[in-house]
Design a protein around this ligand. Structure first.
Ligand SMILES: [Zn+2]
Length: 400
């Protein structure tokens, strides 16, 4: 029994290495996993027989001698469906083992209303299209969804999504039901999933301690400590956007409070600070402010200086608290940070304890607007990677 458990764990670990790296030599796997080559060979044979990986001669090692075989994921044949609900759009994708985006569908959406039915309708439709377009022999091994709100783990209930006015909406369960599944689709908070995606496949690769700030209309966050996402007691941790930075004179926040970080640095704050009309919103309007500031427009420059200062206050607090190796700005905060790096850095220099800021790097997201979708796909692969041959995954066509 113990032996069997070790074997299962090793299969999962090996598949995870291949999934994250794309291709790994048998020799490297043996070294990383601390196992001998014959054990690695036995494990890869099992995964090959199950159609999860294949072994190939390396294309060019640049070295002489007999090269070690390279293990690659069966990207085209093993995939998950990933869904992403952002404030202004919804996306669905078929993502292959190895994290390769194979096919996707996208639609814009209006901002107002608790439109659970409409959102689920669109996503379930996309899901069916993606399944129909997949090669008949390919296998769907899981699903995952990202949502811009606070999510109850287990059943994917959206407890609170202030940007869309969603309160206690059974998103995961409804999406599962509409896809004909026997259980809810796993759902994660967009910034949590974005953080995981950046750490596994983006700007945070190699960092065990990182902070990801995700700007959509508001600001969400994901904190990774010792390689693990900080999820809190109920799964609602890392609401960095509602960290109070300006309690006495702060702007009102969608959560009902005042002076939250997202109230001071979110989309509306920037557009207001730049003197843009109240009915203007969206990513393009925000980018216009950054572009205008780059051209020397005084109002846009002052707006970015102000927003950058508040962003710096928030980031300084986070660096003092968590001593991250890297802080990553994602979503619309990529645009904000690109125009406001100087005031952010000035605030960090002024307010972060010197030893805590010695090594910290500040970067924009490497995955861009796909970070949350990539994170949703990783959520979908969780069960397969935990027990690759377990067959615990229910069957959507042909296996799920
Ligand atoms: Zn708030």
């Amino acid at each position: 029994m113990l032996q069997e458990e070790i074997r299962r764990r090793n299969l999962g670990t090996l598949l995870r290495h291949v999934h994250l790296d794309g291709s790994v030599s048998r020799a490297a796997l043996a070294e990383r996993m601390g196992l001998n080559r014959s054990t690695i060979m036995a494990l890869t044979s099992e995964l090959t027989a199950a159609g999860l990986v294949r072994e190939e001669a390396p294309t060019d090692t640049g070295r002489t001698g007999r090269p070690s075989l390279v293990v690659r994921p069966e990207t085209a044949g093993v995939y998950v469906l990933a869904f992403d609900v952002a404030v202004d759009w919804v996306t669905a994708a078929r993502v292959g083992l190895g994290g390769v985006l194979l096919d996707r569908r996208w639609a814009s959406r209006p901002r107002a209303g608790a439109d659970l039915d409409r959102v689920v309708d669109v996503l379930a439709g996309f899901g069916r299209q993606l399944l129909d377009a997949a090669p008949p022999e390919a296998v769907c091994v899981g699903l995952g969804a990202s949502y811009c709100g606070m999510i109850r783990p287990g059943d994917g209930m959206v407890r609170f999504g202030p940007d869309l006015g969603w309160v206690d909406q059974a998103f995961g369960a409804e999406l599962g039901r509409r896809l004909g599944l026997p259980r809810p689709v796993p759902v994660g908070n967009e910034a949590h999933l974005g953080a995981v995606a950046e750490q596994r496949r983006g700007a945070g690769v190699g960092f065990q301690n990182m902070i990801y700030l995700h700007g959509d209309v508001g600001v969400g966050g994901g904190i990774i400590v010792g390689g693990r996402l900080l999820d809190g007691d109920g799964g609602y941790a890392c609401e960095l956007g509602h960290m109070v930075v300006n309690p006495h004179h702060g702007r009102p926040c969608g959560c009902g409070s005042h002076g939250c970080l997202e109230a001071e640095v979110g989309e509306r704050a920037l557009l207001d600070a730049a003197g843009r009309p109240a009915d203007l919103f969206g990513r393009a309007a925000l980018r216009d402010v950054v572009t205008d500031a780059g051209r020397g427009d005084p109002a846009a420059r002052e707006a970015l200086r102000r927003i950058g200062d508040w962003l710096g206050v928030g980031v300084a607090n986070l660096i003092n608290l968590f001593n991250p190796g890297i802080v990553i700005f994602g979503g619309m905060l990529r645009d904000v940070y690109s125009g406001a790096a100087d005031p952010v850095r000035a605030r960090i220099a002024a307010n972060v304890l010197p030893v805590a800021r010695e090594r910290v790097r500040l970067r924009t997201s490497a995955l861009g607007d796909d970070a949350t979708l990539v994170g949703a796909a990783e959520l979908g692969f969780t069960e397969l990677l935990a027990d690759p041959l377990g067959g615990a995954v229910p069957a959507l066509p042909p296996r799920w």
